[in-house]
Design a binder for this molecule. Structure first.
Ligand code: ATP
Length: 593
């Protein structure tokens, strides 16, 4: 079982994540966060907010509207340019971004897609000639591990691979017939696996602020247009429809950043003490009509972003870009355990937006490969300049101290200082360094990072693909005695303390447990859980480990006499006898940054 499958099972079973509207058949890409998921997500966003806003004197927060007028997104370039290229697959009816279309990288997905494929492949896959590749031996990533295999023959619903290939790298014990799903990109009759030519597709969701159903308006306008020969062609009809709908058209924001840019002046005016460099942070929902939804909450149409726009003088931009990269990487390393699974990937020159002078993706090594969790960019003055141009409102920064100093000098010398350099230092359009992190992706990465499966002796069992010698792990992961520990940072853990009476139905024990949980709730404002299931203490500990609870407290009969309880630490399994007051102090200490 793959790490992702294991995690998603756990998430559903323990109440982190549910398919939204499941009882009505579900909705692709829509997820609900259960009682534990909501806590974890809040904790991740709280830790971000804490480090970005509370722990700094140069950042303030904001919370702006989701529904956005077209003028904002026209100005930012989203209306015209926030597009992906889209192609339709002939075989599976799926849609792909050409750059994301799975060419020859065949990934074992645990299940074969039900498609009818030909006996012989005489086709091309997107951008690559499959015949050539197959003749040489196709590169296949199986369960995260790269092995070179040669295709022996194609069958109706599978690709049969030779066990020993020319490259000879199949591991022993590997089945001869690997079932590799086609993903619908192999087409017997065409040079291209796609139906359509690649075409741009805007990712923004439109919505209409109007009590009249826009479809009614479209129908009426179209019927009217058909009556006149001058407007009955498709292009003219479309123009008329757009014109009719325009007054009520709005968008669901595709990022939170624009809400910050359009409030640059209002925040500055209301907080005159903010001197450049300073930042505005925002956490909130964004929406993108993604062509392909993938990997559960990794890519969904509705998601949350944690974004910081840091306004700097032009000559500070490079230095601040470097500083923010370090600051954010430190954050990731602080909350993550596997530092080799987090990296920075600088964008190549041709990936950069024309206005940007630098951009890096922070990437996490997910079970399917490296994936972006955050982007950090040096955006120049593009954002404020564009909004300023469009509105005629100057979005500039004036350094009052420098200005005053100049005025004093001018008074003293009687000479006016008019040089461009002096004035440009006093008043300028700020440049922006941006950090844009996906909250849901961060949560997914942090959960995968924390998740460990151990055997009865506490020895870690790697997931298939995570070590060289683990072909039998599929069974090992689910065998008896094997359990999962979620080694989340205590500040992220959804439940901080599990409190359990030794005998679950003993009134006195439960009463003492309730007292301890009340003190923890009141003194530390943390989420605690009273574990009164009638199972053994060991099983209850393991249930707490599985959801990442850093401490468990057990109350037994002796506790009733001496007010001493057993506290157990998740990561070491160590147990100590402490007083009920000490429990609060231990947890308080453990939650310190
Ligand atoms: P990708 O290339 O994966 O589509 P992106 O480069 O378009 O991402 P940005 O526009 O830089 O993403 O958005 C910043 C962050 O928002 C991303 O790093 C990611 O964590 C998150 N994000 C973007 N799109 C989605 C989505 N559809 N679902 C979940 N998170 C997303």
């Amino acid at each position: 079982m793959s790490a992702m499958r294991h995690l998603l099972d756990l998430c559903k079973r323990r109440g982190f994540l549910f398919q939204s509207a499941e009882i009505h058949g579900g909705l692709r890409g829509a997820y609900d966060y259960g009682p534990l998921g909501v806590e974890l997500k809040r904790n991740v966003s709280q830790e971000w907010w804490n480090s970005m806003v509370y722990q700094r004197s140069d950042v303030v927060g904001i919370d702006t509207a989701i529904i956005t007028p077209p003028a904002v997104l026209k100005t930012s370039g989203h209306v015209d340019q926030f597009t992906d290229e889209m192609v339709d697959s002939r075989l599976s009816k799926e849609r792909f971004r050409p750059d994301k279309a799975p060419a020859l990288k065949l990934v074992d997905q645990d299940k074969v897609l039900p498609i009818s494929a030909p006996d012989k492949v005489t086709a091309k896959v997107w951008e690559q000639d499959i015949r050539t590749q197959f003749a040489k031996g196709a590169l296949i990533t199986r369960k995260g591990k790269e092995i070179l295999l040669q295709v022996e023959r194609m069958e109706k619903d599978k690709i049969v691979l030779k066990k020993d290939t020319a490259a000879g790298t199949t591991t022993s014990g590997e089945p001869t017939d690997l079932h590799i799903p086609y993903h619908g990109y192999v087409d017997p009759n065409s040079n291209s696996p796609f139906l359509t030519e690649s075409r741009p597709f805007n990712l923004m969701f439109k919505t209409y602020l109007d009590p009249i159903d826009p479809i009614d308006k479209v129908i009426t306008t179209t019927l009217d247009a058909q009556k006149s020969p001058s407007t009955s062609d498709l292009a003219s009809t479309r123009q008329l429809v757009d014109k009719t709908l325009l007054p009520s058209l709005t968008y669901l924001r595709p990022e939170t950043a624009q809400g910050v840019f359009i409030n640059y002046a209002t925040v500055q005016r209301s907080h005159p003490h903010l001197k450049i460099p300073f930042g505005i942070a925002q956490i909130g929902k964004s929406f993108r009509n993604e062509i392909r939804l993938e990997h559960a909450i990794f890519r969904t149409p509705e998601f949350e972003q944690m974004e910081l726009e840091f306004f700097v003088a032009p000559w500070q931009a490079e230095e601040q870009f470097v500083a923010w990269r370090k600051f954010r990487m430190d954050w990731w390393r602080y909350y993550g355990r596997n530092h080799d699974r987090i990296r920075e990937r600088p964008h190549a020159q041709d990936e950069l937006a024309h206005y940007s002078s630098g951009c890096v993706d922070v990437e996490y090594l997910f079970p399917w490969g490296w994936g972006e969790v955050e982007g950090i960019a040096n955006r120049g003055d593009f954002d404020l300049s564009k909004h300023s141009e469009a509105t005629g409102i100057k979005l500039q920064y004036t350094d009052a101290i420098l200005m005053q100093e100049r005025q004093v000098r001018e008074k003293a010398t009687g000479v006016k200082e008019t040089s461009v350099e002096v004035l440009a230092k006093e008043r300028f359009t700020p440049h922006v360094v941006e950090s844009s992190c996906g909250l849901n992706r961060a949560m997914l990465a942090l959960m995968l990072d924390a998740m460990e499966v151990v055997d009865e002796q506490g020895k870690v069992i790697p997931f298939p693909g995570e070590s060289d010698n683990n072909s039998s792990n599929d069974n090992a992961i689910v065998s008896k005695g094997v359990r999962t520990i979620m080694r989340l940072h205590p500040r992220l853990a959804p439940v901080k303390v599990g409190i359990m009476p030794l005998i679950s139905n003993n009134k006195d024990l439960v009463e003492l447990c309730t007292g301890i949980s009340q003190s923890l709730r009141q003194e530390l404002q943390v989420n605690v859980s009273l574990e009164t299931q009638s199972t053994t203490i060991g099983k209850r500990y393991y249930r707490m480990d599985e959801i990442g609870t850093p401490w468990c407290v057990t109350v037994d009969y002796e506790s009733l006499q001496d007010r001493m309880v057993t506290i157990r630490e998740r990561d070491t399994g160590e147990q100590r006898r402490v007083s009920t007051e000490e429990v609060v102090e231990i947890v308080r200490d453990g939650l310190r940054l």
